[in-house]
Ligand binder design. Structure first.
Ligand code: SF4
Length: 95
């Protein structure tokens, strides 16, 4: 199983985001109540992460997503963006 990449993230105010790319080494997705929020999103005074890397999806808690297998994401890649006021996995689809 390969770690899927965050192909695009449009949440420009996240500390890990530069030019629509997530530079965390890996992100975690999902809240226990079935919310596909990016759990790694946070706002800080400066942007961080590893600039020559694009984030992978290290873990996802949304067992009800059709791409989720044993709390890991099996999509080829995902997109993250603002949805209803929060940073969400936009690739999320119910099984
Ligand atoms: S596509 Fe589904 S399994 Fe993959 S990170 Fe998004 S919500 Fe989780």
């Amino acid at each position: 199983m390969e770690m899927p990449k965050v192909m695009e993230c449009s949440v420009g105010n996240c500390a890990y985001n530069t030019m629509q790319t997530c530079h965390a080494m890996a992100i975690t997705v999902g809240e226990p109540d079935g919310d596909p929020a990016c759990d790694t999103y946070f706002v800080a005074d400066r942007h961080g992460g590893v600039k020559d890397m694009t984030a992978g999806v290290g873990a996802c808690k949304l067992a009800e997503c059709k791409f989720n297998t044993d709390y890991e994401c099996s999509a080829s890649s995902i997109k993250v963006g603002m949805h209803e006021g929060q940073a969400d996995c936009l690739t999320y689809e119910l099984k």
